[in-house]
Design a protein around this ligand. Structure first.
Ligand SMILES: [Zn+2]
Length: 252
């Protein structure tokens, strides 16, 4: 069983667990949907880091939490209800799986990580998503075992968190002099890059940036995804999609 521990942006395996290879989506549609949904949720999180950097957004609290919040906002705003719920469900399933792994062997140092604990991230994203549209999402929140006492405060938590992002994104509408997200060149044949290109197109209709952020799919030597402020680039690792296949297999 994989036992990832949290480092850079998402999670890192103790050693490179996969041979270099371009990721190809599996034939099983449910598995492909899970992987695609979670890659999208993760990409939105990395977009959060990118926006914080290029827009010089002051962050009060953990930047990782702010990026998780933006991920939920983008799920909510870009997708119709059913598809948004499926992305949230995949995101929650991944946090739950990561939490299972880490609880096997919790290291006190995990509590010092820049990320909140996986189980906290699980409840946070479910709470925010529910809070954005409580009438439509109550059954989902209950199914995902958001505590009854928590349901009450989630709409307020959503209002504060989405309101904060709306405030810092004021004036970032796309325009002729604006830049935005761009896919790195030469990735047209990569299935993960094709998935991300659609997200890039959607986001560029919502947000204009003072400088470009380039999006890459790459072999990283670890299951990860990250934003590099030096390169103004988001990288989604092939190994991360492969790791999601492992989570799917373990859930079967
Ligand atoms: Zn992050």
């Amino acid at each position: 069983m994989l036992r990832p521990f949290i480092t850079a942006c998402l999670l890192t395996l103790a050693a490179p667990a996969f041979a270099d290879s371009t990721f190809v989506f599996p034939e099983d549609q449910a598995e492909t949907d899970f992987i695609a949904n979670e890659v999208i949720a993760t990409f939105y999180h990395e977009v959060g880091h990118g926006l914080i950097d290029v827009l010089k957004i002051p962050v009060l609290g953990k930047e990782e939490d702010a990026a998780d919040t933006l991920s939920v906002i983008l799920m909510d705003r870009i997708w119709k209800e059913e598809a948004a719920a499926e992305i949230l469900r995949s995101d929650a399933m991944t946090y739950a799986a990561n939490a299972d792994y880490s609880l096997d062997d919790t290291d006190p140092a995990d509590f010092a990580d820049e990320h909140s604990l996986d189980i906290q991230r699980y409840y946070a994203v479910v709470c925010l998503f529910y809070g954005a549209n409580p009438d439509a999402r109550r059954d989902l929140a209950v199914e995902l075992e958001l505590p009854e006492a928590k349901l009450e405060s989630c709409p307020d938590e959503w209002a504060y968190a989405s309101g904060a992002w709306d405030k810092v994104l004021e004036g970032t509408e796309p325009g002729p002099k604006k830049k935005g997200l761009v896919m790195g060149e030469g990735q047209e044949d990569l299935e993960l890059a094709q998935l991300l290109a659609d997200e890039v197109a959607s986001l560029n209709q919502m947000i204009g940036l003072p400088e470009d952020i380039t999006v890459w799919v790459a072999d990283c030597g670890e299951a990860n995804a990250y934003y590099s402020p030096d390169d103004k680039a988001i990288t989604i690792c092939n190994e991360y999609a492969q790791y999601l296949q492992e989570i799917w297999a373990a859930s079967e």
